[in-house]
Design a protein around this ligand. Structure first.
Ligand SMILES: [Zn+2]
Length: 289
């Protein structure tokens, strides 16, 4: 399995924390019918995107991107020692899988210049912090953490109504440590990193386009979760905050990158997780390289 890609002057490493059956397809995608699932079962199983109980298999991973100037971590996955009682596989986890994956990529936590979160859900902020003497401290000591302002404001508001644990233990400690920057959608890092607003899954969800002068790679976060949605972009997961907007965002994102050389690096597609968008019928496929 390929964990490293080179495109333009970028080097991209996948940092996998888990790749596991996640949610029954028919439950996660309310618009999916038994008939459509049956028509697609064979290729989904072949792609290891669906198990024999019709549960969608998702990969949970970060990407480390080296540009000529910076080392950037895109999304910080699940994390350790975090109380997540609704998700047994994530709850109070203590394994060293993530650290070992960083070691394999030859990356240390000190190397990361920027942490960028596509959005502030539990499986995208976890390693922002780690537990040290009973306190949450930034895992990447030299990094600036970039949060989209609109997304940060949304979760600040939610957290004021009722505590949102991943925001409280994996975002606010970074703010308290003054390691964060709230950025607008026009923010860029040098001439290599741009923000693409992709609302729907959450109100301030963003994708990241990277490459000098052109989008050599794009990091799509949770604007799409399963290869089944590439073929049927209108299938929105039940946990998209605005399912209609998410469907529109998904189709326009796929249209934008269809038949280009841009490497689409998904957050959750099963391995290899990365490919190029090509048209198929009224939908698309993400073709592995
Ligand atoms: Zn996610």
């Amino acid at each position: 399995m390929s964990l490293k890609f080179s495109v333009g002057d970028l080097t991209i490493h996948r940092i996998i924390e888990q790749e596991v059956p996640f949610f029954p397809a028919l439950e996660m995608l309310p618009g999916l019918t038994a008939e459509v699932l049956a028509e697609n079962r064979a290729w989904l199983r072949e792609a290891k995107a669906l198990d024999d109980q019709d549960v969608l298999i998702l990969c949970f991973q970060s990407y480390v991107v080296k540009t000529p100037h910076h080392t950037i971590l895109v999304d910080s996955c699940i994390g350790n020692d975090k109380p997540r009682p609704q998700r047994p596989k994530w709850n109070m986890k203590t394994d060293d899988t993530y650290q070992r994956a960083l070691d394999v990529a030859g990356v240390s936590v000190e190397d990361i210049d920027f942490v960028m979160c596509t959005h502030l859900h539990v499986d995208h902020v976890g390693w922002n912090t780690r537990l040290e003497n009973g306190r949450w401290v930034p895992t990447f000591p030299k990094a600036r953490y970039l949060f989209a302002k609109q997304e940060f404001d949304y979760w600040t508001e939610q957290n004021a109504k009722a505590e949102v644990p991943p925001f409280a233990d994996s975002v606010l400690p970074v703010v308290e440590a003054k390691r964060h920057e709230l950025v607008g959608n026009d923010h860029q890092i040098g001439d290599h990193v741009r923000i693409l607003p992709t609302p729907g899954h959450t109100p301030g969800h963003v994708a990241f386009a990277m490459g000098r002068g052109k989008d050599d790679a794009v990091f799509s976060g949770d604007l799409i979760h399963s290869p089944l949605q590439t073929l049927y972009p209108e299938l929105s997961p039940k946990f998209d905050v605005d399912q209609a907007q998410a469907a529109k965002t998904r189709r326009s994102f796929l249209e934008r990158y269809c038949d280009t050389d841009t490497l689409c690096c998904t957050a959750h597609f099963p391995s290899p997780s990365v490919g190029k968008i090509r048209r198929k019928g009224n939908g698309f496929v993400c073709a592995a390289m």
